[in-house]
Design a protein around this ligand. Structure first.
Ligand code: DGJ
Length: 731
């Protein structure tokens, strides 16, 4: 069992292969306290870690300074108003108009498997994969019931948490915050890591000393955002890629979030993650409940690398439903043609794709309505027959005839003021009555809280996808939410709109994947503004960034890989000089940087030089042969260009440890430096491995202790690819 209860100690244990999570109910007041989360400990009698003496004792039965006690107690799910002045997870406005709430243990259940979260993306697991603890707490005054869900996985070091809040009161209550998870840990000598960025610079890793006060990553942009990623990592100050304790929290949600760590007066850290309370409220009538999105926790003693591998494993096996879908090599029309294409140009591109063995052509923005630039037509998902006579069907059939599949781009959540949809239904767009709307990229956001709006869009998507041979959909979303008002809710419930918007989008994608199970869905949001575990539940890959230039991409993909598997990352060889930064990089290196993700070309294949074209078959073969090692195997970061400024290296090993692929990029040449011995990771120590290129055979230990030698070369942006393969004989 991954979850057990020790009645004598009133201790709940969640065990994963290498970690333990302990929580305990105190005597007396029946508070639920967080005891421990870290490497496996066999003991249950750890209640002393609550800071209340040897045994879990009742706090302050002498109520002289209960507030002071509450301000230090490591609450498993802290509530507002009772004296705990650190970040609360729960705030509920009841009949007196105040947000106070005090949760005490009521009951619990432990069962195999994991329940789905209605309407929300969430990890899934069969009875043999995981156990779930449902811990029921109650606020005696309001009658509010809070169900804390914890699922521990038997084969991977990850735990899922979510919360369901139920109104057991006779009158309505309003949630003013309902975060998904809290971790109260000893916080001295810790670092905190978040991912920040902007368009074209997503997921930059920022590591800093955890200091007193609050440090957060957050979004109230209606999307998880370019600016911050919905994850928070804590680690020992001296933790590195291989060693030291690291804890990660990531949100299975794509809208507003708050991820925050606070080092408190007593040297403890409280880390919380959930829907951002800014602008949020949710009214619960008697008997109604609110389900928070899920948080995945991962913990490892093998440093940040171990934590990343735990996240990758749980997402690939228990979250990403399309994980096993074939990820075709593709060519995308966006940076090839932008809006300037017609069937002939596309077929010309398709012919070159077919000649080279590229499997799919993605027709990006501009194929519908009157769209010749980004000023119009979003919402009018009818093919532009002037550009594409015979429509998508003819294009698809002709491409299919060449052996190339067709994918298309859509932006279903948006409407252009210059569109038939907007002219017929201006109220479908999110706008605040009496205020001018705020355009972004010349477009408005559709009110996805409303079923009729979703239906108006979905019927068009359905028509497009069912009348042409389309195998792939890139679902884009190019702006943040402003002017968030929906006529579907009364004024006092407008705080629900942002979350209801996300639920509406999830409902649409659920419908889409059910109706078109063969479709490969790639999500996108102006590059990677909605790159999160929520979207990965519906589509197995996400366009990582509009900056596909190789050197920048190394940083962006390193940041993403801290939490998300390479199988989630759309990664393309882009045109040169780069359309985002003007840099010129070798075609070979662009291929190597894209190889670990979902590979494609973001350029006009017909404009490549003959020498570049000649490299494509080898790139496609590398993608076919080595891509799966990254997408399905264990990832190790060996060197970081983002940190050292000139050299990058990363690798992956297959799960059966039979093959390792190591990619290095000398981003900038430094004169007069000796060769680097790059220590390989993750091999079986006593197994022999052969370097596929040089034929050199060494034991796993030899490669791991000695490393592969990377010779410095003259020039910038130069890459190497090394493949080590098991020799079927013991050393
Ligand atoms: C933003 C995406 O990130 C690009 O790849 C491209 O699809 C454009 N939108 C099209 O408008």
């Amino acid at each position: 069992m991954s979850v057990t209860y020790n009645e004598r100690e009133r201790m709940f244990r969640l065990d994963t292969p290498r970690t333990t999570y302990l929580l305990c109910v105190t005597g007396g007041r029946r508070l639920v306290g967080h005891v421990y989360y870290g490497p496996t400990v066999p003991d249950d009698n750890m209640g002393y870690l609550l800071g209340m003496g040897e045994e879990p004792v009742s706090p302050g039965m002498d109520a002289r300074d209960l507030a002071g006690f509450f301000d230090t107690f490591p609450f498993e799910y802290p509530a507002f108003g009772g004296g705990d002045f650190r970040e609360p997870c729960l705030k509920v406005r009841g009949e007196w108009g105040v947000g106070n709430c005090a949760l005490v243990y009521e009951s619990h259940a432990i069962f195999p498997g994991k329940p789905a979260l209605s309407g929300l993306p969430a990890c899934f697991g069969e009875t043999e994969d995981c156990d779930t603890l449902e811990l029921v707490c109650r606020d005696e005054v309001t009658g509010l019931r809070v169900r804390l869900f914890y699922t521990a996985f038997a084969h991977m070091d990850a735990i899922c948490r979510s919360v369901r809040v139920e109104n057991g009161a006779p009158s309505a209550l309003t949630l003013e915050r309902a975060l998904s998870a809290c971790l109260d840990l000893p916080g001295e000598d810790m670092d905190v890591i978040t991912l920040y960025g902007s368009w074209g610079r997503e997921r930059t890793v920022e590591r800093r000393r955890l200091s007193h006060g609050k440090q957060s990553a957050e979004s109230w942009r209606g999307i998880s955002s370019h600016q911050y990623s919905p994850s928070l990592i804590l680690c020992e100050h001296d933790a590195n890629q291989d060693r030291g304790l690291a804890w990660g929290m990531t949100f299975v949600y794509s809208g507003n979030f708050l991820a925050q760590a606070e080092l408190d007066q007593n040297g403890r850290v409280r880390a919380v993650l959930g829907i951002h309370p800014e602008g949020f409220s949710w009214r619960l009538e008697p008997g109604e409940s609110f389900q928070t999105p899920e948080v995945i926790l991962a913990c490892s003693e093998e440093g940040l690398g171990g934590m990343s591998r735990a996240f990758h494993d749980v997402m690939r096996r228990h979250l990403i439903r399309g994980q096993n879908k074939h990820r075709p090599s593709l060519v995308n029309s966006w940076e090839s043609f932008y809006f300037n294409f017609n069937t002939d140009r596309l077929l010309e591109l398709g012919r070159e794709a077919a000649r080279q063995g590229v499997e799919l052509l993605v027709l990006d923005d501009g194929w519908f309505g009157n769209r010749e630039d980004d000023n119009s037509s979003l919402g009018d998902w009818r093919v532009n027959e002037k550009k594409l006579p015979g429509g998508l069907r003819r294009l698809g059939e002709e491409l299919n005839g060449m052996g190339v599949k067709l994918g298309i781009w859509m932006e279903p959540e948006m409407v252009s003021p210059d569109s038939d949809l907007y002219r017929a239904h201006p109220d479908y767009a999110l706008t605040v009555p009496g205020r001018p709307y705020t355009l972004s990229r010349n477009q408005l956001v559709l009110d996805m809280t409303r079923a009729e709006v979703r239906q108006a869009v979905y019927s068009q998507i359905y028509e497009v996808l069912s009348t042409a041979p389309i195998d792939y959909l890139k679902w884009d979303m190019n702006r943040q939410l402003t002017d968030v008002y929906t006529p579907s809710l009364p004024p006092e419930r407008q705080g629900e709109a942002m979350h209801r918007y996300m639920l509406g989008v999830y409902e649409l994608q659920e419908q889409l994947t059910a109706d078109f199970p063969h479709l490969l869905l790639e999500n996108c949001s102006a590059g990677g503004a909605r790159f999160d575990a929520g979207m990965l539940y519906y589509g197995p890959q996400i366009w990582t960034s509009d900056d596909a230039e190789a050197a920048d991409r190394l940083k962006i993909q390193e940041g993403a890989a801290l939490v998300y598997p390479f199988s989630a990352m759309g990664a393309h060889v882009a045109a040169c000089p780069s359309h985002t930064n003007g840099r010129v990089t070798p075609f070979e290196t662009r291929g190597r940087v894209s190889l670990p993700g979902c590979f494609g070309y973001e350029l006009d294949l017909n404009k490549l030089t003959e020498a570049e074209k000649a490299m494509i078959p080898a790139q496609l073969a590398e993608y076919r042969d080595y891509g799966p090692v990254f997408r399905d195997g264990d990832y190790y970061r060996l060197a970081s260009y983002a940190q050292n400024g000139d050299f990058d290296a990363f690798m992956a090993v297959t799960k059966d440890r039979s093959r390792a692929v190591i990619i290095t990029v000398q981003v900038l040449c430094r004169p007069n430096v000796p060769p680097r011995a790059l220590k390989v990771r993750g091999l079986e120590e006593r197994t022999l491995y052969r370097d596929r290129t040089t034929g050199v055979v060494r034991s796993g230990l030899g490669w791991m202790r000695g490393g592969i030698l990377v010779e410095p070369k003259m020039g910038d942006f130069l890459s190497t690819l090394t493949v080590l393969e098991r020799v079927e004989k013991e050393a």
